[in-house]
Design a protein around this ligand. Structure first.
Ligand code: TNX
Length: 543
């Protein structure tokens, strides 16, 4: 240990070294413009970080950078506010309204032998500049803490750069959720979609309805493998957990410090058996239930009753707490895969349809979604939902649509002038196989290799210039039926999260699979250095 410490210390104290000539830049996602210059900047014991204190968020960026450098070199660099004109050996994070051609999330970076300046319109841009700067350092600190001289001008292609985590099928701890948020941040993603409720577990404390978590957060056992398998196999372990509102606030604050908006999802009118387990009266018919939190995966008939006023009262109460907890403007209300079986025979649902003049159960789903959307609108929130929220043709105009069944839902939505997030199963589902199924751990389905994720183009050719502006971005989804722990979660996320980031951030002109593959060689060693578990299937011969 002592020797290692000495080695790190020596490297840290060595003066600027010449850039290793063979070292290639490996910035993921690829920036808009990079101009490499001769020379390099070397970090040493006299280096200081300076931040622009006209915005209170800036100090924390300097602090985070200092922490990262400490983890890398073993030595902390002091963080101070900018007081005088720039001097030597400084890393400066500053704000400016004057930046030409740089949007709200963009930044400029200039590295010379005398110092580094990162400039942005907002702190968020400086944060992204910091992420780029970290990727300019050699992966191995023993190669010397130095970065090449260059000029970078950079900004994202899309404003919604997301990743979803399903904590219902398997629960992940606060610490793990924060680590997941760290992954997103290092790739300049800005949206964490938190799938908090589903048939197999309710994971958010709602003060008014304690049984949502005392009952709904726990299941007795879990299916192992696929639901079609006969006979079915189960483990014998109870599974569960939930986040208190205090823990959720903590996670939101953590994400805010990394410029990530948390979008909570409360899935409805289907995918809700865990809520029904606690409050069976919310199901269809006179005497619904009893219900148990599901121990199998799949889609079930148990859904919220669309006829009873009680259902809407309950959901309004839930969203009152959710809206107060999450500061973000957008709240996800699910909408996916709602079976209409029970609605067809439920006297309450049929009465509702008659009263409202609804012709079929799809229109009833539209009615349901619209009522919830109105509830959230009154709380000054915008709803987003899976593409089924288009059903029934009465969606409020400010709702966003998440296109998951391919991109066609997104095309329809954009034509109706809804904002769209593209998250098609066939490219961006990160719970699918990423290599030959014989060599990969069991997954739910599908096949999305690193290359396939990388080559996804979010703007459908079918859209005209006016419609294209409704495509706000993309998202990768990690459903966790087959992902029981965090180690496995990392394996499914990596390396595909790296590809996803480039699709979300970089323009098509800057994307290049061959170059990306090359950059991934460095990226894999970054995973190794930070102890990230990842799949090595990307370059297996196709089968
Ligand atoms: C479909 S995507 C679902 C999820 C599953 C997923 C598995 C979506 C809106 N619904 O409930 O977990 O497939 O890939």
């Amino acid at each position: 240990l002592m020797t290692l410490w000495m080695a790190v210390f020596i490297v840290f104290n060595s003066t600027t070294k010449a850039q290793h000539p063979s070292r290639q830049l490996s910035i993921i996602p690829e920036p808009e413009l990079v101009t490499v210059k001769p020379g390099s900047f070397g970090f040493n014991s006299a280096t200081v970080i300076l931040y622009d204190d006209r915005n209170t968020a800036m100090k924390f960026i300097g602090d985070q950078f200092s922490e990262k450098i400490k983890a890398y070199t073993g030595k902390k660099i002091p963080v101070k506010k900018i007081t005088a004109l720039p001097g030597k050996n400084q890393i400066v994070f500053k704000l400016s309204d004057q930046l030409q051609g740089i949007g709200a999330e963009g930044y400029m970076m200039d590295i010379g032998s005398g110092g580094i300046v990162i400039t942005a319109k907002q702190p968020q841009g400086c944060f992204y500049g910091m992420q780029t700067l970290l990727q300019l350092l050699p992966v191995n600190p023993l190669e010397g803490a130095n970065v090449p001289a260059l000029h970078i001008q950079d900004q994202p292609r899309f404003s919604w750069r997301g990743a979803m985590l399903d904590v219902s099928r398997h629960f992940f701890t606060v610490k793990q959720v924060k680590q997941y948020i760290d992954f997103l941040a290092s790739y300049k993603l800005n949206t964490f979609h938190w799938h908090l409720t589903d048939n197999q577990g309710w994971r958010i404390e709602i003060k008014k309805y304690p049984q949502l978590t005392s009952v709904g957060a726990w299941r007795k056992r879990s299916l192992i493998g696929h639901f079609e398998e006969q006979p079915e196999r189960f483990d014998t372990l109870p599974h569960g957990g939930f986040y208190t509102q205090e823990q959720i606030r903590d996670i939101i604050a953590y994400a805010q410090g990394k410029y990530i908006t948390v979008v909570p999802e409360i899935d409805l009118p289907g995918h809700c058996t865990s809520a029904l387990a606690g409050y069976p009266e919310l199901g269809c018919g006179e005497k619904p239930g009893p219900f148990e939190v599901k121990d199998k995966w799949g889609v079930f008939d148990d859904v919220y009753c669309a006829g009873k006023e009680n259902t809407f009262k309950f959901l309004e109460d839930v969203f009152t707490e959710v809206a107060a907890l999450f500061p973000g403007k957008v709240i996800h209300i699910g909408g996916d895969e709602c079976r209409k079986t029970n609605w067809k025979t439920c006297t309450y649902c049929q009465a509702r349809m008659k009263k409202e003049g609804l012709k079929d159960e799809h229109q009833l789903q539209g009615y349901f979604i619209n009522r919830i959307a109105q509830v959230l609108k009154a709380k000054n929130k915008r709803v987003i939902g899976w593409d089924e929220i288009l059903e029934g043709n009465r969606l409020t105009s400010d709702a966003l649509v998440m296109s998951w069944r391919g991109t066609s839902g997104g095309v329809t939505a954009a034509r109706k002038h809804h904002d769209v997030v593209m998250t098609p199963t066939t490219y961006l589902y990160l719970d699918y196989y990423q290599g030959s199924p014989e060599l990969e751990p069991l997954t739910i389905d599908g096949f999305n290799t690193l290359e396939r994720v990388y080559n996804f183009e979010p703007i459908p050719a079918a859209l005209n210039a006016d419609e294209v502006k409704y495509i706000k971005g993309i998202q990768g989804n990690i459903w966790t039926e087959f992902i029981p722990d965090f180690h496995h979660l990392q394996y499914m996320a990596f390396p595909r999260l790296s590809a996803l980031a480039e699709v979300a951030w970089s323009t098509p002109e800057k994307k290049n699979w061959e170059k990306f593959k090359h950059k991934m060689e460095t990226e894999y060693s970054r995973y190794e250095a930070s102890g990230i578990n990842y799949s090595k299937s990307a370059y297996q011969v196709s089968f």
